[in-house]
Design a protein around this ligand. Structure first.
Ligand SMILES: O=C(O)c1ccccc1NCC(=O)[C@H](O)[C@H](O)COP(=O)(O)O
Length: 271
């Protein structure tokens, strides 16, 4: 069987985490200044408004290549906050996304919004890193974890005061996510093995996500029409990276989408 980029990312991540543990122990991470801070709730922010945008900072993506290679996390995260985002997502994987943990720390210094550490979490060590570098939320990808691992990492994250966004792409992933008390379920419209993107994944899985679970839709989102259609399926949040990062001014692009979605929502509600 041929391996996919996702297999390579996960394989690389295991080696990376082993190496990082030798440089900095969990005890050392726990003594870092940001480790003791009170974390913020993305879930609360999403529930406080009809919809919220989680605006992503990513310089590069495996599916599209370079997006904004020289992008500065401080500048862009601040622009996202000023644009009205409900939260920020920061890619911290180096080899495939050109991100780093330091982007998390830099982003933290620039915003009072909740920050999602977007990475491929396969070890509890990464949860301690997330807390030590200023994240509020961690991503657990159901496709690369067992039900037991999702349950274990969710408990560990909660013990550290972090929220959990569990990402699913199909029914099998969703069944796993629903076995743990995750805070938010995110339906990724992108198949991480083939990179095929279709909003149908969010539309079709919506009916199977419990009503009381905060749900977001991730990837491939561009227009106010898309967002309003998904709001009507019960989605409260939208994780958007590429559409903002390819724009000369990601913050302006985020603001325009928020304003257009509000207008479109008013029109639809008035019908
Ligand atoms: O973005 C990719 O190409 C990618 C490839 C393989 C694994 C993960 C990948 N992206 C992570 C994400 O889930 C997205 O960055 C996020 O949902 C935002 O998506 P988009 O708005 O399409 O940038």
């Amino acid at each position: 069987m041929t391996s996919t980029i996702l297999d390579l990312i996960v394989m690389n991540k295991r080696a990376e985490v082993q190496a990082r543990r030798k440089v900095q122990t969990i005890e050392q991470l726990s003594r870092k200044p940001l480790f003791g801070r009170a974390t913020l709730s993305l879930k609360k922010n999403l529930l406080a408004q009809p919809f919220g945008i989680i605006a992503e900072f990513k310089r590069n993506s495996p599916s599209k290549g370079a997006l904004k290679p020289k992008a500065n996390a401080q500048e862009i995260v601040l622009a996202y906050e000023q644009a009205g985002a409900a939260g920020v997502s920061i890619l911290t994987d180096k080899p495939f996304f050109d991100g780093e943990l330091l982007d998390l720390q830099v982003g933290r210094s620039a915003t009072a919004l909740p920050i999602l550490r977007k990475d491929f979490i396969i070890d509890e060590y990464q949860l301690y890193e997330a807390k030590a570098y200023g994240a509020d939320v961690v991503l657990l990808i159901a496709n690369i974890l067992s039900t037991k691992e999702i349950q274990f990492f969710t408990q560990q994250a909660h013990d550290l005061g972090l929220e959990v966004l569990c990402e699913v792409h199909n029914m099998e992933d969703l069944d796993k996510a629903m076995e743990a008390p995750v805070d938010i379920i995110g339906v990724n419209n992108r198949n991480l093995k083939t990179f095929e993107v279709s909003l149908e994944h969010s539309k079709q899985l919506a009916a199977y996500i419990p009503e009381d679970t905060v749900r977001i839709s991730e990837s491939g989102l561009r227009s106010a029409e898309d967002l309003v259609e998904l709001i009507q399926c019960g989605y409260r949040g939208f994780l958007i990276g590429e559409a903002f990062m390819i724009s000369p001014q990601p913050g302006d692009s985020c603001r325009r989408l928020i304003e257009a979605t509000r207008r479109r929502l008013q029109e639809v509600n008035a019908l």
